[in-house]
Design a protein around this ligand. Structure first.
Ligand code: TMP
Length: 235
């Protein structure tokens, strides 16, 4: 599988066309941004870690009945994926209070919620990805009710699978963001699952092993990504 043309360059990935109209190649960068791109930096080694971790988790999720865009890992940084039309929703699941939820609810971070929450943001950097509910998504024609139902079902399933999997690695899955796409009429999991898109805390020490180290200038950013990668055992 060969890259043809650069189709799109995002904040953390480049996307290329291939000779197959149904297949794209994503190339993960070491670039990191936060706060809608206002904060910029580099996390050395991140591209390869996020690529390999995403594929590893997506294989696990496929086995558990969640369809994904994964076609084939090509090398450390590049993966062939199904060409989807991205549903413009960021789907966020939370198990513990943290980040914007903790701020909004006036809570400390790290409080176990009585049950997981699901929320949607409208993917739009100019509007700063505003929080919306499913009625907004329907009214703005971002997704159909059937799609929202499937997305919600898969999102909770992803949470169950990942929470158990990370627990086995001594990692608490605090929250995460995922995105879905349409492929020949079916909803499938797309984008990535990585320390960029999940909050991952060491179960014992509660040390943050994710992008919050970059967002909040906590230091040891590369070490945190490497630690998660090491625990995956896929070197
Ligand atoms: P939040 O607490 O800032 O709303 O973030 C919730 C989760 O979503 C957290 O795991 C980080 C992830 N996330 C992204 O993947 N991309 C983003 O742009 C933001 C703001 C959060």
């Amino acid at each position: 599988m060969e890259k043809k043309e650069l189709l799109y360059e995002g904040k953390a990935k480049k996307v290329f066309t291939t000779e197959d109209p149904d297949v794209l190649i994503v190339s993960y960068k070491d670039d990191a941004t936060a706060f809608d791109g206002q904060k910029k930096g580099t996390i050395v080694g991140k591209g390869a870690i996020n690529n390999r971790m995403t594929n590893h988790v997506f294989r696990l999720l496929e086995k558990e009945g969640v369809p994904t865009h994964l076609v084939e890992e090509l090398n450390d940084r590049e993966t062939a994926v199904k060409k989807v039309e991205i549903v413009p929703l960021e789907v966020i699941i939370r198990n513990f209070s943290a980040g914007s939820f903790a701020k909004k609810m006036g809570m400390e971070e790290g409080i176990l919620l009585k049950c997981p929450t699901l929320e949607f943001s409208y993917k739009n950097d100019d509007l700063h990805d505003p929080f919306i509910n499913s009625y907004y998504a329907l009214a703005l024609d971002l997704a159909t009710q059937e799609e929202i139902d499937v997305i919600s079902k898969y999102a909770f399933k992803v949470n169950e699978v990942m929470r158990d999997y990370f627990a086995g690695l001594g990692i608490e899955l605090i929250d995460f963001k995922i995105e879905f796409g349409r492929f020949h009429g079916e909803i499938i999991l797309a984008d990535e699952v990585s320390p960029d898109t999940c909050r991952l805390w060491d179960k014992e020490t509660h040390e943050k092993l994710d992008k919050d180290r970059f967002r909040r200038d906590l230091g040891n950013v590369e070490d945190a990504y490497q630690e998660v990668f090491k625990r995956l055992g896929i070197q």
